[in-house]
Design a binder for this molecule. Structure first.
Ligand code: FPP
Length: 242
């Protein structure tokens, strides 16, 4: 396993990585298992990859765990996902106290059951002063919904006389996103081969490098993350310049 100090390419490491954890359902179906079994293995892999990112010095990791559209899935699958979130947060509060990871949530978590909302609030609270990697878990998240929410907040500030319309610029809108205060993602990884954005970090990913890997999320290994970072390090980022 490549460690921060051994990588020798620390300065080129992406500061912020986003991951669309895709392919759990297909992984399970290929094995004749219910889709929820894929999510169980996917959740275990999420923990492994999160710790790996922290160990190599990634500063921000954003994972897409549940989109605003995922409520359309069969009730049994939604229930299994909510159960996994709850289990993960209980474990995080009980067993991961020594992990120097700050946890934040992106999305409208008020739609989740009360017990889950309480775990979310507690996880944010106990980890808020940690100085290591920030883990953003996008849950009931949609990029468009996030932009609409920011626009509504800006409109309210104008209405309240706290802001003039001319003062609504990119920096102001960024400060109204769930990711306020964080750098934009440098690298977004999508396993499972799908070549779609799927409403993930629409505002923040304007200049992100996308790496799509033909592997399903439950099979995604630390070596695949290394592969995606190596691909990112080969890219020449121009941010619209030359
Ligand atoms: C997409 O695969 C994956 C999801 C909708 C859920 C991702 C959630 C986890 C990995 C659970 C763990 C997260 C936490 C925070 C504990 P898919 O089901 O759309 O796969 P498919 O495209 O093959 O159907």
């Amino acid at each position: 396993m490549r460690k921060k100090k051994e990588s020798g390419k620390g300065e080129l490491l992406p500061s912020h990585i986003g991951i669309i954890m895709d392919g759990n359902g297909r992984w399970a179906q290929k094995r004749g298992l219910p889709r929820s079994a894929g999510h169980t293995v996917g959740a275990a892999n999420f923990k492994k990859i999160t710790r790996y990112c922290s160990s190599i010095g990634i500063r921000y990791l954003t994972v897409y765990a549940f989109s605003t559209e995922n409520w359309k899935r069969p009730a049994e699958e939604v229930g299994a996902l909510l159960g996994l979130f709850r289990q993960y947060l209980e474990e995080a509060l009980r067993d991961f106290l020594n992990d120097d990871i700050k946890v934040r949530f992106l999305g409208d978590v008020s739609a989740f059951p009360k017990a889950l909302q309480e775990l979310i609030a507690e996880t944010v609270e106990v980890s808020k002063n940690r100085t290591g990697m920030t883990l953003n878990i996008a849950m009931n998240y949609g990029g468009r919904a996030e932009i609409v929410r920011a626009a509504q907040q800006a409109a309210q500030l104008v209405k309240d006389g706290e802001l003039s319309p001319e003062e609504i610029d990119e920096a102001r809108l960024s400060s109204l996103m769930y990711t306020a205060g964080e750098p934009d993602p440098d690298l977004i990884i999508r396993p499972s081969g799908e070549q779609r954005i799927s409403n993930f970090l629409l505002w923040q990913s304007a200049y992100a490098e996308y790496v799509i890997l033909d592997i399903l999320w439950p099979d995604f290994k630390p070596a695949d993350l290394d592969k995606a970072i190596a691909e990112y390090q080969k890219r020449k980022r121009r941010f619209g310049g030359v």
